[in-house]
Design a protein around this ligand. Structure first.
Ligand code: ADP
Ligand code: ZN
Ligand code: ZN
Length: 803
């Protein structure tokens, strides 16, 4: 009798291990590891992953497997091992680790059908009655007609039949309504004369189309003209307008011809950088490379040429790009070099389309995948290289369970396949650069831009000085002048403000002093109710001072403005300017992000004002001024990475100006111009920044010198939350070695989210063999409360968001 070891879809501690099931005769020789099956579990039937097929078991009574879900494994042997590793590393469940590797659509309910690709004569005798003259049949008929799955599976392997997954229509793309004129221009003009003078709203719409002619989304038309659906409908009745449906999301890849591009003759620097990577490919040796080079230094060209080497060896490549940078231009560069060999995975695809791309990889129809974080799990079996562009991006860390980092997964897979992993960035994560300096990663440097173009000039404006000169507005005189200049020259401006709302630190506007925790070197957070300042890492707190402890000025106060307020002030200062605001509020609807950017790109606005979502991937020809309104609001987030994140952001933002013919300028407003981050970012001096920041990390015991684990407890009842957090801290303190430091419990920087109170403990450690065990123990102690009493305990190793 054959046994299957199955991980069941019941995410809980007691069930987080393989269960043995009998493989019934009808499934014998067909069930393989990596397939999904349906098994009885208690009173229920659940999905499970087969991890292993064995001959023996210690158990006497086995239940049989109920049904199979796949005829081809969805997990390779490598991915099965990877899942076990992710579980260990992140303290998640097996089932969660496996689910995250598969496209969403495979998790949802879907139907399958079987298509016959061959002539009926070619099919085996068992299969002939199944199709009975039809070319496509519902998958369920196999079971109904009692055809052995094994026979079907053989036919699949021989390429005679194929399984299709039909994703339910709920998941198809969203469409939106567009409006366009139904008549030509002079007919519209004629119609205009027939309108009664009272029909003002109708006239406005017709006039709009006389001027613009093009189709426009209905919603946008209504917004722009402050008009109603009824008015549009009246015009449709008159035969002047018509509507049509259009896919809402960008669809840049299909039906597009890609002009084949040839490899470029590499520069001397590029040749030096590519050589070690190519050696690693040829020698089938795993190495991690850090490719450090400013934007435009030719990193992508190196990616392309190394991939070409890999493909020549008959192997495959994964390229990760941050979601937000996964633009049509980016994809085009890969498609135009490698054509149909490329699959693309990004969040703009519907679940059905994502599944299609994944299936192309599974069936080995493509050789390269370009995608966001989850593409790291592409089920290739012969990987030759993994590339992570903009490796410092925090979006490579998954924030939900399992909280894995794509970089770590890349290294696991690179070791498994004995192939190189290339991390590329202009501003590498400190952890990465430190590893490269130590020789754990191999450092490759591109120090110049390809055409020797210089980076834009950066001006730093001291906002304290502005105040002293009586300018109380949020725009410095210099910025106002520069904006005015651009407006009169019809050039465009990008203004950048840090994320909305989260501004809870205090700063002295007179001298720029901020209040920091003396133990943790992070900004203290202002708690309005108690009028106190608290550290969110340790438990340090002080009353809110009335005057600045440095200069005794009374201008010390809490800092920050929302984008909406800035927009109002901006409009008041520049009444003639057309402004587009981009933040979480204006981009909530799907497609809004792209639409606003496209509007700006078509120069329907002069100023783009936004949060960090506008920092990346923007490339507009007519932008000649980039302004950072308040560098301090990033610099003083209560996060030990705030300086690093600010440096990355300022560098990135600066890269937005003057990328084309017109020279660009950057202006940074700050109350702390002497801060090394602002100063060094304005000089594009990563190396110096690295050394300064490393000193601080060392002194205050942060990564890369120490590892971190963040444990957050949350519950609707505050007292209970504090109790659990305290007991947790006690357990950590008593069980961990003396070398590790347990900070907290403290309230999380965002104390309350969705009516749940949040408290946290942070562990700083170097080598701590008991950490996993201790945390597991804590989770076990509270398992029942988590299941029945709405308690949540979230563990995050190497956290990125300490909120
Ligand atoms: P990065 O990825 O570092 O931003 P890219 O690879 O995109 O840099 O290169 C910037 C520009 O220079 C691109 O337009 C690219 O096509 C071009 N380029 C890159 N390498 C070369 C080369 N060796 N010769 C000529 N042009 C190149
Ligand atoms: Zn002061
Ligand atoms: Zn502290």
């Amino acid at each position: 009798m054959k046994i299957a070891r199955v991980i069941v879809d019941v995410p809980a501690f007691q069930t987080d291990r393989p269960f043995d099931y009998e493989i019934p005769e009808k499934f014998e020789h067909m069930i393989e590891k990596g397939m999904r099956v349906i098994v009885p579990f208690g009173p229920r039937k659940v999905m499970g992953f087969v991890l292993e097929v064995a001959d023996q078991t210690d158990l006497k009574h086995l239940k049989p497997i109920d049904d199979v879900m796949d005829l081809t494994p969805v997990l390779t042997g490598e991915l099965i091992e990877l899942g076990k590793w992710i579980r260990e590393q992140t303290l998640s469940f097996h089932i969660t680790a496996y689910q995250v590797m598969l496209p969403q659509a495979l998790k949802a309910k879907y139907e399958k059908e079987l298509e016959c690709l061959a002539l009926e004569e070619e099919l085996s005798d068992e299969l002939k009655p199944l199709f009975a003259g039809r070319s496509v049949i519902p998958f369920a008929e196999i079971q109904e007609k009692q055809i052995p799955y094994r026979k079907v599976q053989e036919a699949i392997k021989d390429g005679l039949v194929e399984v299709h997954y039909i994703v339910k229509s709920k998941e198809t793309r969203k469409k939106s309504t567009w409006v366009k004129p139904a008549k030509d221009l002079h007919q519209l003009e004629e119609a205009l004369e027939d309108f009664s003078p009272a029909a003002k709203k109708q006239r406005a719409i017709v006039e709009f189309f006389i001027e613009h002619k093009d189709a426009i989304p209905l919603k946008q038309l209504l917004d722009t003209l402050h008009t109603t659906r009824q008015t549009v409908q009246q015009l449709m009745k008159k035969g002047l307008l018509q509507t049509f449906k259009k896919d809402e999301y960008r669809d840049p890849y299909n039906n597009r011809e890609f002009i084949q591009t040839k490899p470029k003759e590499l520069t001397g620097e590029q040749k030096q950088a590519i050589k070690p990577i190519e050696e690693s490919i040829v020698n089938e040796k795993h190495d991690v490379f850090l490719l450090h080079g400013v934007t435009g230094s030719g990193k992508t060209e190196i990616y392309l040429q190394t991939i070409e080497k890999v493909l020549k060896k008959g192997k495959e490549a994964i390229v990760l790009v941050p979601e937000i940078a996964l633009t049509p231009q980016m994809v085009q560069r890969f498609k135009s070099r490698f054509g149909a060999d490329v699959a693309v995975m990004h969040s703009g695809l519907s679940p059905g389309e994502k599944l299609d791309e994944w299936r192309k990889i599974q069936r080995q129809e493509v050789k390269v995948v370009v995608g966001a974080r989850s593409a790291i799990f592409a089920p290739f079996q012969n990987l030759g290289i993994i590339i992570i562009d903009e490796e410092h991006e925090s979006s490579y860390k998954q924030e939900d369970n399992p909280k894995y980092h794509a970089r770590d997964v890349a290294v696991f897979r690179g070791q498994y396949h004995r192939c190189p992993v290339v991390l590329g960035s202009a501003t590498p994560a400190l952890e990465t650069y430190a590893r490269a300096k130590k020789g754990v990663y191999r450092l490759l440097t591109l120090s110049r831009r390809i055409n020797n173009q210089s980076m834009p000039e950066v001006e730093i404006v001291d906002m304290r000085e502005e105040l002293h000169r009586g300018n109380r507005s949020m725009f410095s005189r210099s910025l106002q002048e520069k904006i005015q200049e651009r407006l009169s020259r019809k050039e465009q401006i990008v203004l950048f403000l840090n994320r909305r709302g989260y501004s809870t630190f205090v700063i002295c506007r007179d001298c720029g002093h901020t209040l920091q925790c003396p133990h943790c070197d992070i900004s203290l957070t202002y708690h309005r109710k108690q009028e106190r300042l608290k550290c969110h890492y340790c438990s340090y707190e002080i009353p809110m001072p009335g005057r600045c402890p440095e200069c005794y000025s009374d201008t010390i106060r809490y800092f920050g403005t929302g984008t909406q307020k800035v927009e109002e002030a901006l409009q008041l200062t520049f009444p003639e300017a057309r402004i587009i605001r981009m933040d979480v509020d204006t981009t909530r609807n799907k497609g809004a992000h792209e639409r606003l950017l496209a509007e700006f790109g078509h120069r329907r606005a002069d100023i783009l004002l936004g949060t960090q979502m506008i920092a990346k991937g923007l490339d507009f020809e007519h932008v000649t001024l980039v302004g950072v309104l308040a560098a301090d609001s990033m610099l003083h987030l209560p996060d030990f990475r705030s300086a690093e994140k600010t440096f990355q952001l300022l560098t990135q933002v600066s890269g937005r100006a003057g990328r084309h013919e017109l020279p660009g300028e950057v202006l940074i407003q700050t109350y702390t111009p002497e801060h090394y981050t602002v100063e060094l970012a304005s000089k594009y001096d990563y190396e110096q920044f690295f050394y300064k920041e490393m000193q601080i990390r060392k002194k205050f015991q942060y990564p890369p010198y120490y590892y971190l684990a963040l444990i957050t407890v949350s519950h609707p009842n505050q007292i209970y939350t504090i109790e659990v957090a305290q007991r947790m801290a006690k357990m950590l303190n008593s069980r961990l070695s003396g070398q590790s430091k347990v900070l907290g419990p403290t309230p999380s920087p965002l104390l309350r989210i969705k009516d749940r109170y949040r408290y946290q403990c942070m562990v700083k450690y170097k080598v701590e063999s008991k950490l996993q065990m201790t945390i597991k123990r804590i989770l076990q102690v509270y398992e029942e409360d988590m299941q029945k009493n709405d308690l949540q305990i979230v563990v995050d190793f190497q956290p990125y968001h300490l909120m």
